[in-house]
Design a protein around this ligand. Structure first.
Ligand code: ADP
Ligand code: MG
Length: 232
């Protein structure tokens, strides 16, 4: 089951997003307000509410942070990046999250692939996609990150042995605020998609329920310019 995400189909206008963010942030704020009112009534209960209040405030904060990077991917800073090194590093970054979930994170990275791109935007997108892979995978499973040069492109694969997605879920993937997780923001994939396209790449998914998911990210590589002939 292959699905290429198309931006035009998925992205709402910014004003639709603004409306939904109001809704998303209002929920945790309402919960916080409720706990504060309870604390006002019975001060001795207040300490019990603090962790819950913090959790809700963290959630509101992460929704706003995610939204900001969603709304402003155009702030890019292009530089020549050793993609191979960056991905090696990213796999290491995700290892603790994997360990916590009992998921092995492996990397198979072809050396020396260089890309002109925005390092932090691209890394954030890949971290988002790898987090999803780990979160979809049960203990004992595996997430692999692969990079290779193929047909004039850099191809990044993120494969997991996780829950997979059916056709309907694949269709919704990349729609802002679509999440099947209790505490998901539903922005990770949208941001990754938008970022990768802004940086000149493309994103596609293959997935099978109970088998796993494979994400492919492609970036065109600059044609290798032959060395200029030496003067005679
Ligand atoms: P969030 O992770 O906050 O839920 P995302 O936009 O990152 O939001 O992902 C949206 C949804 O897409 C997830 O809730 C999950 O249902 C599905 N999803 C994304 N990546 C995968 C994956 N690798 N395997 C299975 N489901 C996935
Ligand atoms: Mg996510």
């Amino acid at each position: 089951m292959k699905e290429k995400i198309r931006r035009a189909e998925k992205l709402n206008t910014l004003s639709d997003l603004a409306a939904s963010i109001v809704h998303e942030v209002r929920n945790p704020l309402t919960v916080v307000k409720g706990f504060m009112q309870l604390s006002q009534r019975r001060a001795e209960d207040a300490p019990n509410y603090v962790p819950l209040i913090l959790e809700e405030l963290n959630r509101a904060e992460s929704i706003l942070n995610d939204f900001l990077s969603f709304a402003r991917p155009e702030l890019k800073k292009l530089e020549s990046l050793d993609l191979s090194r960056m991905l090696d590093h990213t796999a290491v970054l995700l290892t603790p999250l994997g360990l916590k979930a009992g998921v092995m994170v492996t990397a198979d990275i072809e050396e020396g692939i260089v890309l002109t791109t925005d390092k932090s935007l691209l890394q954030q997108a890949i971290v988002n996609l790898m987090k999803n892979a780990v979160e979809a995978t049960a203990s004992g499973g595996q997430v692999s990150l692969q990079l290779k040069r193929e047909g004039g492109e850099a191809r990044i694969h993120i494969a997991d042995t996780g829950a997979g997605m059916n056709e309907a879920q694949l269709k919704r993937l990349g729609t802002p605020y679509y999440s099947t997780k209790d505490r998901g923001t539903g922005l990770g994939t949208s941001i990754a998609l938008r970022t990768i396209e802004t940086l000149g790449g493309s994103l596609s998914y293959e997935s099978k329920v109970h088998v796993g998911t494979r994400v492919t990210i492609r970036f065109p590589l600059a044609a290798k310019t032959p060395n200029p002939p030496l003067p005679e």
